[in-house]
Write a protein of this length. Structure first.
Length: 318
């Protein structure tokens, strides 16, 4: 079934800038995290798995990881003609440590074939002016700081053991904006102790800050995490798929139409999911979201900067 396009996807944004498909490649640079090395803690955030959302290729050189993914894409009917890529430093906190380490990583990335940009995953408390200047000096047309914000509510951040407060997120976003570095803010729905309105309050807060993109992610329970222990003890229960779809639809209306949507649902690695089962149904979640937006005639920005007209009304998907 065809649906109207009602939000500003990263894929469409990249195609508009490069004239063809641009594919992300996840990279594990062997980074650490202050929430795991003893600086702030040793167990990490309550939801974080042992590989820090990495690809499982940690320990291999970045060039080897790059070729692994390019070979896989070349064997895929959908991606075999893709020639342009974003390198995504995904696992753990990639700006943690001395600035010279970040500079070395960026130099390694510069040699990768087909690279048109880099996404750097990190925490709000692990960026400073020296590192931001390094990022701002990168020569690629695409450079994103992927920032784990999660929530604006300090009580929630404490409960999930983030080790930073909401003010740290706002400082990092404003610092990136001052250096001209694009920010993709990661926000989680369904965090322990939060209501739907708490999540929407976080979205409203982000909408008022100089961000360029967002990733929305329903919290799911990974194996061998503190959150799994809470789940087993009956202290945490994930929401339903339909409830998540409703919440994301409402969130999209609050975001300015120019904010690029990098992701609308999580993507558990094989074998890591404990609950909920629907977290594996990524395609179904997106189809339900598109159908709901159509049925209500909602779109990204309807309660922000585009109240009267869907900016993408002539496009369809599905």
């Amino acid at each position: 079934m065809k649906h109207s396009v009602r939000y500003h996807t990263l894929d469409a944004w990249l195609r508009s800038r490069h004239g063809e498909k641009v594919q992300k490649i996840p990279l594990d640079a062997g980074s650490s995290c202050p929430n795991r090395d003893g600086t702030l803690g040793v167990t990490g955030c309550t939801f974080c798995n042992a590989i820090g959302s990495g690809s499982g290729l940690g320990g291999r050189p970045l060039a080897e990881q790059w070729e692994y993914w390019r070979t896989r894409f070349a064997a895929s009917d959908r991606l075999k003609h893709t020639h342009l890529f974003l390198g995504y430093l995904q696992a753990f906190t990639n700006t943690y440590g001395p600035a010279r380490r970040l500079a070395r990583l960026l130099d390694e990335l510069a040699a990768l074939p087909g690279l048109v940009g880099v996404c750097v995953g990190t925490r709000p408390d692990c960026v400073d002016e020296e590192k931001m200047a390094l990022l701002a000096a990168c020569p690629w047309p695409e450079l994103w700081l992927e920032l784990g914000v999660q929530s604006r509510h300090d009580a929630t951040l404490t409960r999930i053991r983030r080790g930073h407060d909401a003010a740290a997120s706002e400082r990092a976003i404003r610092l990136a904006a001052a250096y001209g570095v694009k920010v993709c803010a990661h926000l989680m729905a369904g965090l322990p102790g939060e209501t739907d309105e708490d999540f929407l309050d976080t979205v409203r807060w982000m909408a008022g800050l100089p961000i360029d993109g967002v990733k929305l992610h329903g919290l799911y329970v990974c194996r061998n995490t503190p959150l799994e222990e809470e789940w087993k003890a009956g202290l945490y229960r994930p929401g339903s798929q339909d409830g998540y779809v409703e919440l994301v639809a409402r969130a999209l209306t609050l975001l300015p139409s120019g904010v690029v949507i990098h992701r609308l649902t999580g993507d558990p690695a094989p074998g890591e999911l404990t609950a909920p089962d629907w977290a594996l149904q990524k395609g179904q979640t997106i189809r339900k979201l598109d159908a709901l937006l159509d049925s209500r005639d909602w779109w990204q920005g309807k309660q922000a900067d585009a109240p009267n007209r869907n900016p993408w009304e002539k496009k369809t998907t599905g």
